[in-house]
Design a binder for this molecule. Structure first.
Ligand code: NAD
Ligand code: TYD
Length: 345
């Protein structure tokens, strides 16, 4: 089997490349990645030594390039991780989110139709369902929950999902979709909450918590997500959506305090900053379908996963310090400079 993994130089895609090389050594993996600010070849350095792995730099929205790649490689499966993935950046500049997340998905599926594949798998997010109220802990997202997006990011992911389902219905393209909750683990870009807090706390810097820190996310260890995608793309029903999550709901403040405790750093580093516009209150996944149909269950508990993640950041300082020394500094100043000076404490 030859598998194209788009966005494999990013957080989840990179972890997925390693998951596949380890669990399906018979398969060939081709990573297609544009290497945006979020793509990092250092993440793939060990994979590059594996003869079953190949890296190709390119844009999923570049039709000519994608068609050429399909023509020369004749892949069996496409799994699309490539995306602009950060909500805060989508609020600043939505356009690239539409280009990559929507148009890029269309180009990939057109290539699948033209050259023929056995499966196109779309990696989506629970954010397409919008949010749930904090005072209704009985409510969860199921696959039948209506799409109801909040941010330009989630709107672009939802648009892509609708297009994927349309290509199934109209052209019978063999597609599947997974919608997962927030991931954490190794190789997570340090602009997202968990790696941001770890890296800032290690440097004794203020830890920016949006609003009151009461928003709830449903955290899943990245390897459990990779296992779910692997199962769905190989054994999931064509044309179906599968929610992925492990009932690990935490408020942002709980997450930040857990990290501080592990690192033996004071809670006085917590700095409440201006809230994100349109900030979703609570995400919570009902993973019954993927469990019932495919037997998937998460293996890593949050308490263990967060320890492993912190250890990884402690043992791989070079990986994230290289990122922090680059262009990301300008981003941080632009996005947080004002917010932190307006901090309420
Ligand atoms: P990421 O930002 O870490 O990585 C995205 C990767 O895609 C990068 O390597 C980047 O270079 C590449 N890329 C961006 N635009 C591209 C383009 N036009 N052509 C080719 N490559 C391009 O993202 P992530 O957190 O690993 O998320 C991966 C996927 O999983 C996304 O589709 C995201 O919506 C979805 N998802 C993420 C989470 C999460 O918690 N991070 C949860 C659920 C779903
Ligand atoms: P994030 O990691 O950006 O993921 P998402 O917005 O896709 O859920 O943010 C997770 C939560 O943490 C979200 O409620 C926003 C909050 N947050 C902060 O409080 N401070 C920060 O600096 C960041 C990046 C996020």
């Amino acid at each position: 089997m030859k598998i194209i993994v788009t966005g494999g130089a990013g957080f989840i895609g990179g972890n997925f490349v390693y998951y596949e090389l380890e669990n399906h050594p018979e398969d060939e993996i081709i990573c297609l990645d544009k290497l945006t600010y979020a793509g990092n070849m250092e993440t793939l350095s060990k994979a590059m030594e594996n003869p079953k792995f190949k890296f190709v730099k390119g844009d999923i929205a570049d039709r000519e390039f994608v068609y050429q790649l399909f023509e020369s490689e004749k892949p069996d499966i496409i799994v699309n991780f490539a995306a602009e993935s950060h909500v805060d950046r989508s609020i600043e500049n939505p356009e690239i989110f539409l280009k990559t997340n929507v148009m890029g998905t269309q180009v990939l599926m057109d290539a699948c139709r033209k050259y023929g594949i056995s499966r196109y798998h779309q990696v989506s997010t629970d954010e397409v369902y919008g949010d749930l109220p904090l005072d209704r802990p009985d409510l969860f997202f199921t696959e039948d929950t209506p799409i109801h997006t909040s941010s330009p990011y989630s709107a672009s992911k939802a648009s892509a999902d609708l297009l994927v389902l349309a290509y199934y219905r109209t052209y019978k393209l063999p597609v599947s979709i997974t919608r997962c909750s927030n991931n954490y683990g190794p190789y997570h870009f340090p602009e997202k909450l968990i790696p941001l807090i770890i890296s800032k706390a290690l440097d004794d810097q203020p830890l920016p918590v949006y609003g009151k820190g009461e928003n709830v996310r449903d955290w899943l260890y990245v390897e459990d997500h990779c296992a779910a995608i692997d199962l769905v793309m190989r054994k999931g029903k064509v044309g179906e959506v599968y929610n992925v999550g492990g009932h690990n709901e935490k408020t942002n403040l709980e997450v930040v305090k857990t990290i501080l405790k592990q690192l033996d750093k004071p809670e006085s580093l917590i700095t409440y900053v201006t809230d994100r516009p349109g900030h979703d209150m609570r995400y919570a996944i009902d993973p019954t379908k993927i469990h019932r149909e495919l037997g998937w269950l998460p293996k890593t508990k949050f308490d263990d996963g967060i320890k492993q993640t912190i250890d990884w950041y402690l043992n791989n300082k070079e990986w994230w310090q290289n990122i922090l020394s680059g262009d990301y500094q300008n981003y941080y100043q632009k996005m947080y400079g004002n917010r932190i000076s307006n901090a309420k404490q």
